[in-house]
Every structure is written in C-alpha cells, then in structure tokens.
Design a protein around this ligand. Structure first.
Ligand code: 1YM
Length: 654
C-alpha cells in the first residue's frame, strides 16, 4: 500500500519541492511559512470561517477513508481549550518512509504543501475539492498538531509545533490492540493567525457533521463538545442509513407534506455517482440543495440543470398522458414543478470542475445527462406506481401555474410604481432629505404611535421612517400574488427601490441601513421574524449583503436626580444599579411608544449611542430551517426560539 501512496506523494513533490534532496527541508519551511504569511490564500479567511476550515480539512480526510470503504466512524471532539481531535477507524495513515524526503510519509503529508489533496487510488477525494487545502495547511496554521496512527498492533506518533516542524521523527510509541486501527489527529489553532477567535462554534460544527452524515449514508459521525454543560449538547451521534431520504425528511419535519413517500434515486455512470431525494410540502417555496463531493454547490450547476430538466420533462409528460393537461394548455414551467419541493441532489465526481463567482457551481457537462437520466427514470416510475401521490404533485404544479399568471399581473403593479420613483413613494413614509444611499437609513417601525415618536425624534437628514400597521403578512404561508397585493409589503418594496425577487439590484437600494425597530417583547419578536421572513424570501440579497439591521431599544430607564441612564439588558441594569447606588427610580419600558421622541433618539436611533444588530445569513439552509420552524405549524419550537432569541442574527456593535 505505502508504495502506491509514496508514488503519488513523489509525484506531488516533483511539482512542489526542489529536486535536490538537500534543499527539501528549506522548501518545506518555505511552504509552511508562505501559508503562515498569507493564510488567506489557503483558507477562506482567518476569521471564524477559516478556523472551522481547519476542522473540515481533517474531517474530509477521514470521510475519504470511509468513502473508500475502510472506516465507518469519525469522531470530532472539542475540548475546554478548543483543542480539536479528529479520529477515524480506517487503515491508519501510512507509517512508512518517503524515499524522496527521507522522512516518514506522515511528516511529508503534514509539512509539504499540496502533498495532501492529491492522493489517488481511492474512490472520491473530497479533500481535492473546494476547500481541499491539505493537511499541511492545517499544520502550518496550528500552534501544535499531533498525529497518532494505530496500525497492526502498534501505535505511532509524531508532533509538530513552532510553525509546523516535527519535534522528532515519527516513532512507534507502544503496542496497541490489534483490533484497533485508524488515525487520530489533534491540533490547536494558532491564535497568532486566528486573531479574531480560536473558539469553535458548537452549532456550526454540529450542523455540518450532521449534513455530512446525511450525505454519506452508513457513516457514523460523532461530535463531542466537552465545553457544553448540558448533557444533550455534549454528544451528538449522526448516522443515517437512509442518507438523502432522511435528509429530506429532516428538512420537511416542521412542514406539512402533501404525499407520504420520499422519491429517491441513486445510480452511477462513467464513474460518477448521482443520488437525489424529493418530497413536496404544502408551502410555496422550493428548497433545493445540491452537492458535489459533499460540497454545497450553492450556485448550482450541471447536476441541478439535469435535475430540473428531468423534473420538467417527466411531470409534463405524466400530466399530459393522464389528462391533467389538455392539448391547448401550456406546459408547466420548471418553477411550477418546484413549488413546495424539498430536494437534495448529490453527486460524487472523481474530477469535479467548479465555476462561478464563488467556485460553487458544478461545471462538468456530462453530469447534466447522467443526473437527468437517473432521476428522470426513477421519477417516472414513482409517478406510475403511485397514482394518488402523483395526483397531489401534479395538481400542486397546476395550481402553481395558475398562481404564477395571477402573480405576474400583481407584480407588474409594484414594478410600474417603483419606476415612477419619488412620486410614488408610499404616503406613510417620512423620507430623509439625503439622496446618498450610503448614509441613508430607513427605520421600519411597528405601529403609528412609535412611528410618530420616531418621525419627531429622528435626524431627517439621513433617517427615513416607515411605520407599519399591525402585523405584516406571513409570506411563508401566502402565495406570491397575495404578497404583492399586501399594502405593507408594497410600501417596503417601493421605499427600498431595489426591486424584488430575482430582479433585486442592491445598487438601486435607497438606504444602506434598513433597520427593524420593534418592541422588546414577544409581539415585537414576532413582527421582526415576519419582516425577516419577507426579506429572506423576497429580498434575499439585501440580507446577504448586510443591509438589514435590528434596533435595540433599552429595557430600563434608571434615574437618580438629574442623572439618567439606560439599560439594554437585565445584566446591564444590575451593573448600573451597582454604579449609581441607592435611591434610584427605575422605569421598565414595555414598548417604544412609552418613550418620548427625544428618548427614542437618544437611546435607539442616535448613531453615537445606539446598538444595532446586523442580520446575517451564514447558511441558507440553517436560515431556512429557522424560518420554516418559526413559521410552520409546530408551536413549541417557535416558542423556545423566540425565548432564546433569533440565532440568525449576529451581534455587531456600531
Ligand atoms: C482524522 C483524519 O486522515 N485518515 C486517513 C488518511 C489517509 C489514509 C487513511 C490512507 C490513505 C491511503 C492509504 C490511500 C491518508 N493517506 C494519505 C496518503 N483521518 C485521516 N486514513 N493508506 C492510508 O489513499 O491510498 C493521505 S490521507 F497520502 F498517505 F496517502
């Protein structure tokens, strides 16, 4: 085995390391030093995202070993000090010596740039994919890293530190049970590189490991977070025999499905594996996620195109053959066929090509037909064998088609209005005088009374106020046509000026801060969620590009004589009480309306004092899960969520 491996390593070395052996040490140091100097060239960033990349890099190697059929369990442990351990029960990394470097294969893998991702032989190398930066990059960016390999009754060990140098050669450190085999890697991210944070996010690690388990049926992924107090969060085991089928069931768990069975297909052609799972729910939004080699291809690509083609072709064929569509009727569009669909498409490709702005669009053209053939055949079979379920699906697409035509008319109304610009701005809007979007802000305020205070309190040069009456429409549960008929929704679209849905153009946005200002109570949280749902579904780029904020009104006013202070949290109140001593008057604000215009300005709107929370969407899937959970039928998760407060917002002090 090691021979084959060494050959591949040598191939990589030829490209990246000087031929003269005596120079290889220097080359190695140069390589790792280059990584430390410009980490941004090798990982996404040195912020939290890049930090988590380190884990995924190592986990991917374990997944490769499992996909090759040698391992079935990968365990990720984060300890109190944010040291990460990743262990698999595979063959164990090769323990031989590399002839070219004269060092162990393991030391070579961890110290030679690019000697990682390239190793062939096995099936699909995830590590060769999008974030396949190689184990050496993880080593370079770690304060220290240790490798332990269990192989044929012996445990081997090597440690790297101080910029990735081995402290000693790989050596046997003792016998181990012959039944034990695998690789164990421990590392501590270097705080000198990851200056923002070296603390891993529990939910990020958990969600991705769960996703990897869904995408790789039969592989057990265990997550142990020793930092968690709560037993239920300390250990998660993800294992899905049903793979994508269970993934779709998971995504639909807070939704009402319109047919009981999940449509599932898998197949392979030309060394490419394709797998898909589909189930429709009673909602209107499509939720389609695509992957290549376990990487979320957020920009889609040929696998998605193949899926869309088959979906459209088979549904129209079935609808015509079975009298759902008459001769004179137009075909259903792909969008019609996707209303309320939850689908996962996953391909495993030995040589993926990625395109697009973020290199998350699959480009291999042969994949289109392969996915279309495999999914088309299975979908057709499913519809024929399950006429009841087929009927639900076709009728839903037909309704979508009718609604699409109605929506087109309604939407044209909003479009024509915004084209007229100022003249058509909503009557309730108190606009700002500045036309410079980069300094302009719009406050979306709940209720007329708070709206009135905000109008009086604001700095009208750059702050616009749009009061909303009552609760806004829940777009998660309404068709597009109704959304576009809704007065509040139309006011917002017109005021923002950036268009809507696939026509959003943020360069036309009239305000670079869209601030949601609601009461600090459960009703306020609900309205905020409704607004965020609307933004997420209809104006997603403004959320993605960071234009949406949440205002933080104070909870308390604390007064002693002439001195007044405001507390935004209960903790802050305690601190202020301690600082101001006895004889305090404490007022708890129940709503924005209780503040006079000056107070509202001072506490919540004045850039000098206020706290704004910027809304971000890190992960469309997580956000979607939250939205459907918040907007779905289940009450309990929604209640908990509101109590815990939205986790799709990140704190940002301005
Ligand atoms: C916790 C991370 O890295 N496991 C792992 C890695 C390798 C092997 C087995 C392996 C692969 C091959 C042969 C092969 C790697 N080997 C290499 C290299 N877990 C983890 N488990 N024998 C063992 O691909 O032929 C890179 S990764 F380069 F040595 F082949």
């Amino acid at each position: 085995m090691s021979e084959e491996v060494n050959e591949v390593i040598n191939e990589a070395l030829d490209i990246h390391v000087d031929h003269e052996y005596s120079d290889s040490d220097i080359q190695v140091l140069d390589g790792l030093e280059a990584v430390r100097k410009r980490p941004g060239m090798y990982i996404a960033s040195t912020s939290a995202k890049g930090l988590h990349h380190l884990v995924w890099e190592i986990v991917d190697n374990g997944i490769d070993e499992a996909m090759a059929g040698y391992a079935d369990t990968i365990t990720v442990t984060v300890d109190q000090d944010n040291v990460v351990t990743v262990e698999d029960n595979g063959r164990g990394m090769p323990v031989g010596v590399n002839e070219k470097t004269g060092k162990s294969t393991i030391e070579t893998i961890f110290t030679v740039l690019h000697a990682g991702g390239k190793f062939g032989g096995g099936a699909y190398k995830v590590s060769g994919g999008l974030h396949g930066v190689g184990a050496s990059v993880v080593n370079a960016l770690s304060e220290w890293l240790e490798v332990t390999v269990f192989h044929e009754g012996t445990a081997y060990y090597v440690r790297f530190e101080n910029g990735g140098h081995a402290t000693a050669a790989l050596k046997a450190i003792g016998p181990c049970d012959r039944s034990k085999h695998g690789s164990l890697i421990r590392f501590k991210a270097d705080p000198q590189i990851f200056t923002e944070t070296t603390v891993y996010d529990h939910d990020t690690l958990r969600d991705r490991l769960r996703q990897l388990a869904f995408l790789n049926k039969g592989i057990r992924l265990v997550f142990v977070d020793e930092r968690e107090e709560e037993e239920s969060r300390r250990k998660h085991t993800f294992y899905y025999e049903g793979g994508l089928k269970e993934y779709v069931a998971f995504l639909n768990k807070n939704r009402t499905v319109i047919h009981p069975e999940i449509i599932y297909c898998e197949g392979h052609e030309q060394g490419i594996e394709a797998e898909a799972a589909v189930q429709y729910n009673d909602g209107y939004q499509p939720n389609v996620y695509t992957f290549c080699n376990n990487i979320n291809t957020v920009e889609g690509g040929t696998h998605l195109e193949g899926f869309n083609l088959a979906l459209n072709r088979i549904i129209n064929k079935y609808a015509r053959d079975n009298g759902f569509l008459k001769e004179k009727d137009d075909n259903l569009t792909t969008d019609d066929c996707k209303e309320g669909i939850t689908a996962i498409i996953s391909v495993k490709h030995p040589d993926p090509q990625y395109e697009g702005q973020t290199k998350t669009k699959l480009g291999n053209s042969e994949v289109r037909k392969i996915v279309s053939d495999i999914f088309g055949a299975q979908l057709e079979r499913f519809l024929m064998e399950n006429p009841e379920q087929a009927k639900s699906i076709i009728e839903k697409a037909a309704l979508a088609s009718q609604a699409r035509m109605a929506a087109k008319k309604a939407r044209e109304l909003t479009r024509r209005k915004s084209a007229l610009d100022i003249a058509s701005l909503p009557g309730k809007l108190a606009d700002c005088s500045s036309k410079d979007a980069s300094i302009s802000e719009i406050y979306i305020v709940e209720g007329d009374s708070a709206g009135g205070s905000a109008k009086q309190g604001r700095d009208s040069h750059f702050q616009a106020i749009l009061p909303l009456r009552g609760k806004i429409l829940n777009v998660e549960k309404a068709r597009q046509a109704r959304a576009f008929e809704n007065a509040e929704i139309r006011s917002m679209i017109t005021a923002f000026g950036c268009g809507v849905m696939d026509e959003v153009d943020t360069s036309k946005l009239r305000y670079h801060k869209i601030v949601i200002m609601t009461d600090a109570d459960v009703d306020g949280a609900h309205i905020r969620t409704l607004l965020l749902t609307f933004f997420y579904r209809y104006l997603r780029p403004i959320v993605e590009q960071g234009y949406v904020y949440i205002a933080q009104p104070p909870l308390y006013k604390v007064q002693k004589g002439q001195a007044v202070r405001y507390a935004y949290t209960d903790h802050q109140l305690e601190v202020i009480k301690g600082e101001m001593g006895s004889g305090l008057g404490i007022q708890r604000y129940k709503g924005l309306g209780e503040m006079n215009p000056e107070q509202l300005w001072e506490t919540t709107m004045d850039p000098k004092n206020r706290t704004l929370i910027r809304v971000t969407i890190n992960d469309a899937e997580a956000a979607d899960q939250n939205f459907s959970m918040l907007m779905g039928e289940e009450v309990e998760p929604r209640k908990n969520f509101i109590i815990e407060n939205a986790n799709f917002v990140e704190n940002l002090d301005i």
